[in-house]
Design a protein around this ligand. Structure first.
Ligand code: PMP
Length: 407
């Protein structure tokens, strides 16, 4: 295993030098959003200083630069995901907009009364609500794959839910609330055998695992730029070319048309038909820089380092008196979710903030899965490759101190 130089990596992230309450910032809220390397910050500034223009429409130099930068970013995303072509990549605002796009375009076109949509019990609200809205509009039914006590989806129960009524299966690859890594290859294969399309929500996966959408054979794969060290306001829908080409657009406007008269509009093919209006050009370019950065580090190196750090953190937290870890699947990444006896989760979050440690405490936009484990909220430290053993030790030390005060 290659040595991972975490101190060198940390120097790439200026914000990690911040102090909070007089202490060095310990950023353990990576599942909510990740910090940005200097390379991304510089790329954004470079775009606005040297390339800024609207794209595609004008025949001047800056339009060409901006278009090259934007389409270059699309190429990078395609390569990063192992897509067959950049035409399978649609830029959107984030994973939320991505799922809404699929539900409102492919979904409205293909889901009918009596059809079924399958999600898992682990889903983020972003992968529940858009399907509920579609189901309500169409008279379709939302079915839910249950999880076992470790927080892993039950493939045997999934098999029972699949039928010729199943139109689409939409499941997360990694749970944002528990960190469970879901066996999405099997999910896709089983869904396809039933004749359904499958969407994988990669929001929590792409920064931790190597993803290849072709090997996965997913029809749709979505993620957010801000959770993979890129800017906010940019995200991705990957769609198989033949699926995208058969899907009607979602929003109408400029950029997505070939020809408009008052009688009739002819749309572009994918991806342009799904990118109405002026998109988030600079942040797409910033996302491209983030993917370059991550590829330079090597996702495999990152994954190995994070795996060890998660095991270490788990070994430190587990023995703390009164601490209950939720989500104990054997396949996990990044996330530790827990409640502490005698404390509201918010109190724990505030006490950690006093020490400069940022964690999320709350329902993590995934209320159904927390309620499955009988809680309304957890404390959720979540790791990235720039976190260190010392940071995890400090976390455990503070939680231990709280625990001993009341347990
Ligand atoms: N899905 C999962 C699994 C997530 O963790 C998140 C963000 N917490 C989303 C979807 C939604 O992403 P965004 O808020 O960036 O649109």
């Amino acid at each position: 295993r290659r040595h991972f130089d975490v101190q060198a990596v940390r120097r790439d992230f200026p914000i990690l030098q911040e102090r909070v309450n007089g202490r060095p910032l310990v950023w353990l809220d990576n599942a909510a959003t990740t910090q940005k390397p200097q390379a991304v910050i510089d790329r954004l500034a470079y775009f606005y200083a040297h390339e800024n223009s609207n794209i595609h429409r004008a025949a001047h130099e800056l339009a060409a630069r901006a278009t090259d930068a934007y389409e270059g970013a699309r190429n990078k995303v395609a390569r990063f995901l192992g897509a067959s072509s950049p035409e399978e990549i649609v830029f959107v605002r984030g994973a939320t907009e991505a799922i809404n796009l699929v539900a409102q375009s492919w979904g409205r076109q293909n889901v009918r009364e009596g059809d079924e949509i399958i999600v898992s019990h682990l889903e983020h609200h972003a992968n529940i609500v858009p399907w509920q809205m579609l189901a309500a509009e169409k008279g379709a039914k939302l079915r839910v794959i249950p999880v076992d006590d470790s927080g892993q989806v039950r493939l045997d129960e999934y098999q029972k839910l699949l039928s010729d009524r199943t139109r689409i299966v939409s499941v997360t690859q990694v749970s944002n609330a528990l960190g469970t890594i879901v066996p999405v290859r099997e999910i896709v294969e089983m869904g396809h055998r039933a004749g359904a399309k499958v969407l994988i929500d990669g929001a929590q996966a792409v920064s931790h695992l190597r993803v290849n959408v072709r090997a996965l054979d997913a029809d749709f794969y979505v993620f957010s730029g801000h959770k993979i060290f890129g800017p906010t306001g940019i995200g991705v829908v990957y769609g198989k070319r033949e699926v995208l080409e058969q899907t009607q657009p979602w929003q109408g406007g400029g950029n997505m048309i070939q020809d408009v008269t008052f009688e009739k509009t002819v749309y572009h093919g994918a991806p342009a038909r799904f990118e109405a209006g002026t998109g988030n050009i600079a942040d797409a370019v910033g996302l491209g820089a983030a993917l370059d950065y991550l590829e330079r580090l090597g996702l495999e190196n990152v994954a190995a380092y994070e795996h060890d750090l998660l095991e270490y953190a788990t070994s430190l937290l587990r023995p703390i008196p009164g601490l209950r870890l939720i989500g104990t699947a054997s396949e996990k990444t990044s996330v530790l979710s827990f409640v502490l006896q005698g404390y509201q989760t918010e109190e724990v979050g505030k006490a950690l903030n006093q020490e400069g440690i940022a964690v999320r405490s709350g329902h993590h936009c995934a209320q159904p899965i927390l309620r499955r484990f009988g809680v309304e909220a957890t404390v959720r430290p979540s790791l990235a490759f720039y976190n260190t053993c010392e940071e995890v030790e400090l976390l455990a030390k503070v939680v231990n101190r709280l625990a001993r005060a009341r347990n």
